[in-house]
Design a protein around this ligand. Structure first.
Ligand code: FES
Length: 567
């Protein structure tokens, strides 16, 4: 098998000439023959002025390069797309598959024996793993790490659970313009990813539990020196993977490791987005994520990690409490600890090496969990024949069994225009319904599922209402919110038949979400009109090929096939 500079030669019809030309050009950058004979380790450079979450990427790349060279390899960083949550229009999810394609093709096109996937902001790690899984070369993930916490008037603050909480108080008139400006400078006090258990932290924890990154790599704060040492160690590990020719991502993304990830997702009270991304990652290796199994895991596995938005703490506290390895130790009865890892051993090695931190309360024991069942439930019913999800760990207990009158918004724009209208006919016990916000509908399934409480109700003290949609929501958000309703309204899902005044019943215990309208009446209704299909470019590709939430919203032509069982 060709390796190093000889891999994937550019096609000129003469392999010898192709290698000669490649060497001639790379020598222009000052490389020696000795350097060029080493195993080549690619490093994805996802630094971008538009991505403050990746603000430490330059320092981390230096650390990885040092590790690669200490281990006798040649580091080669290369740029890929970088996506930040609040700098991506219309939504970062719309671009995730583009980043996955970019990563896959650049990893495949350029000669590297292993790759370090440096990422972190919500969509980046899933995109990179999807791409690397399809490209098939050994890959190790290095998250950029979470921010440290902020402080305001004696209170600990963090992006972005507290962004929403503070904004909610501003909307309700409790925080004035001057103070909300001050708060905006304190919510994200360092580089790194959101430090609550949002999507970035959720992905980093699941990825570590899948053995795709080094132990402790999920929770070390971004500005800490230890994060740089983790980078150096990841560089060294990548050289070892290149030398051993494995493991490839496909050997690590297995039914067992996906199940381990689902256990961790429930136990950390993780982001609902994590489920969509996990389905997409599974799809790349030909595995259909089992949502029924995920729901069952949620009935058995308690929430053990006390982090916002389900609990009280932040990622740096998880790190100081022993990080993911300590959690794996606590979850051992639910996990397959024989699952392999990037460093060649098993997940048991990660758990066995966990630090026991006396007196820590962030990672609870199974006997004293934060919540006795997992963080999420999968719902079905006549509104969601293909499933829906609710993060009940971050919901209001009294709303988990609820019947209310639907107040329908036809689109994100309609919701934006009317939600604060003083004339809006809405009461606290109503169910807010958002249509046309799914993968094709919006497009890109924006994080609009966290419909704001109508201003007049917020000002009257209402903090939560049942809200349902085919959208996603930020993992940092709190509320009784049913998401990812499948099929979405824009492709004819029954959600598109809901009208204001209909009654909707949410029964989380029974795992159901139902529209209480006769089938005969529904048959007479016209589904909500979907937006016009785009005619060109990435928008057309996205619209024509994006799958529904239960398949991870990957493009249908990127889904992989399962490996043939050895006879
Ligand atoms: Fe980047 Fe939250 S905005 S992780």
């Amino acid at each position: 098998m060709a390796s190093g500079l000889r891999k994937g030669l550019t096609s000129y019809g003469d392999a010898g000439f192709s290698l000669f030309l490649r060497k001639a050009f790379i020598k222009a950058a000052g490389y020696s023959d000795d350097a060029l004979d080493r195993p080549i380790i690619g490093i994805t450079d996802t630094a971008s002025d538009f991505n403050p979450c990746h603000g430490n990427a330059p320092q981390l790349i230096e650390a990885v390069r040092r590790g690669v060279m200490l281990a006798g390899g040649l580091p080669m960083n290369f740029p890929t797309i970088s996506i930040h949550e609040s700098f991506a229009h219309p939504t970062s999810m719309y671009l995730r598959n583009l980043m996955a394609m970019d990563t896959e093709e650049m990893v495949r096109a350029q000669p590297m024996d292993a790759v370090v996937l440096l990422g972190g902001c919500d969509k980046t790690l899933p995109a990179q793993i999807m791409g690397a899984a399809s490209a098939g070369i050994p890959a190790i993930v290095l998250p950029v790490g979470p921010m440290v916490v902020g402080h305001h008037r004696g209170e600990v603050l963090g992006a972005c659970t507290d962004c929403r909480r503070m904004w909610g108080q501003h909307r309700a008139g409790k925080i004035d313009e001057a103070e909300i400006e001050i708060i905006s400078g304190r919510l994200a006090p360092s580089v790194g990813t959101c430090m609550v258990m949002g999507t970035a932290s959720t992905m980093a924890c699941m990825i570590e539990a899948m053995g795709l990154s080094l132990p402790m790599s999920a929770a070390i704060p971004a500005p800490h020196a230890e994060r740089l040492r983790c980078g150096e160690a990841s560089g060294k590990a990548a050289v070892a993977m290149a030398t051993r020719h494995g493991p490839a991502p496909r050997s690590l993304i297995t039914a067992a490791s996906l199940r381990n990830a689902m256990v961790v997702l429930q136990a950390i009270g993780g982001s609902t987005n994590g489920l969509v991304h996990l389905a997409a990652i599974a799809g790349r290796v030909g595995i259909k994520l089992d949502l029924a199994a995920f729901d069952q895991i949620g009935r058995e596995v308690p929430v053990l990690v006390d982090l916002k938005p389900s609990g009280d703490h932040y990622m740096e506290h998880l790190h100081h409490a022993g990080g993911v390895p300590r959690l794996l130790q606590e979850l051992a009865p639910f996990l397959d600890l024989d699952a392999p890892t990037v460093i060649g051993g098993t997940l048991r090695d990660y758990a066995d090496a966990a630090e026991d931190v006396p007196g820590q309360t962030v990672i609870r024991s199974r006997n004293a969990p934060l919540k006795s069942t997992g963080g999420m439930a999968v719902l079905h019913g006549n509104l969601a024949p293909g499933g829906a999800v609710i993060k009940h760990a971050a919901a209001t207990a009294g709303l988990l069994q609820h019947t209310g009158r639907a107040v329908v918004f036809d689109s994100v724009e309609d919701m934006t225009n009317r939600i604060d209208d003083p004339e809006l006919d809405v009461a606290a016990e109503d169910v807010l319904v958002l249509l046309n916000a799914g993968p094709k509908g919006a497009p890109g399934m924006p994080e609009a599922g966290y419909l704001p409480i109508p201003r007049k109700l917020a000002q009257a003290g209402v903090k939560d209402m049942v809200r349902i949609s085919d959208a996603r929501m930020s993992g940092t958000a709190f509320g009784t919110i049913v998401l990812h309703i499948t099929p979405e309204s824009a492709v004819g899902g029954p959600l598109g038949l809901v009208r204001t005044g209909d009654m909707i019943k949410l029964d989380v215990e029974g795992r159901r979400i139902d529209l209480l309208v006769d089938a005969a009446e529904l048959a007479l209704r016209t589904p909500i009109e979907a937006r016009k299909a785009p005619k060109r470019g990435y928008a057309k590709l996205f619209h024509d090929t994006v799958t529904q939430a239960d398949q991870g919203c990957d493009f249908d032509f990127l889904i992989g096939e399962a490996e043939e069982e050895e006879a």
